[in-house]
Design a protein around this ligand. Structure first.
Ligand SMILES: C[S@@+](CC[C@H](N)C(=O)[O-])C[C@H]1O[C@@H](n2cnc3c(N)ncnc32)[C@H](O)[C@@H]1O
Length: 224
């Protein structure tokens, strides 16, 4: 997977990532993935506030990450990847996923239960992982949906992909002003409409066991 540190980008394999995590993750800490991290401000702030956790900010756009990744806290890492093709090195590692104000293809992928984005989320999430999604009305409108339609669609998509939705609420302007991401500041003006906050937990459904070919399958008593 490709990580960024200032203007320099390089590949990191699973073993090197594991070494980083062992060195930085303490006690009850968890690994948090911020998908569509933008300029990474949310990740940097959270990493400073919660030293026990390890934060990974991921975005498809590298230019916005040059500045923050240069002086990133030691318990954080910034990756360049698309939400449709999450790095395999993150498989089963993530205890908490945040998606703050996604737009474009990332948003589209969250509106369908069968999508590359949902497949990636299921791949990286640990069983029981928390997912927090903040959805803004202006992004939904740009995708041709109202807040209400988007709300219904995203809840159904998450549930269909194995994320049990526990809470849906409006994020008020005061909450947006305090929220530590650059996009939240912009939305706090209120001109871009309302913001929905959704919390869900990943409850993987056990895969059905397929008996090996040729093995007898008992389907109950045969009719007399
Ligand atoms: C509105 S910005 C929000 C940025 C940040 N979360 C914040 O709160 O400031 C949406 C971000 O999603 C990213 N994005 C959109 N589609 C993506 C995709 N398919 N994969 C990864 N990132 C994507 C964009 O590059 C952009 O940085």
């Amino acid at each position: 997977m490709e990580y960024i540190c200032g203007k320099r980008t390089a590949q990191m394999d699973g073993l090197t990532l594991a070494a980083h995590l062992v060195a930085r993750l303490t006690g009850a800490g968890e690994i948090v993935l911020d998908l569509g991290t933008g300029d990474g401000r949310y990740v940097a702030e959270q990493a400073r506030r919660n030293q026990a956790n390890f934060y990974i900010g991921l975005d498809a756009c590298r230019e916005n990450l040059v500045e923050i990744s240069r002086k990133a806290p030691a318990n954080s890492l910034f990756l360049i990847a698309s939400g449709e093709n999450l790095p395999g090195e993150l498989t089963g590692l993530i205890g908490s996923i945040t998606l703050n104000f996604p737009w474009g293809s990332l948003l589209e992928g969250l509106l369908e239960s069968v999508s590359e984005v949902m497949t990636g989320l299921r791949m990286v999430a640990r069983p029981g992982a928390k997912l927090e999604l903040r959805l803004n009305e202006s992004a939904l409108r740009m995708s041709g949906r109202s807040l209400e339609t988007g709300r219904e669609q995203v809840i159904s998509a998450l549930e269909g992909a194995g994320f049990a939705v526990e809470m849906v609420e409006l994020l008020e302007v005061t909450g947006l002003k305090k929220f530590p991401s650059s996009w939240a500041r912009r939305l706090a003006s209120g001109r871009e409409g309302q913001v929905l906050q959704i919390r869900a937990f990943y409850i993987p459904v056990p895969e059905p066991v397929t008996p090996p070919a040729g093995e007898m399958v008992l389907t109950g008593a045969a009719p007399l």
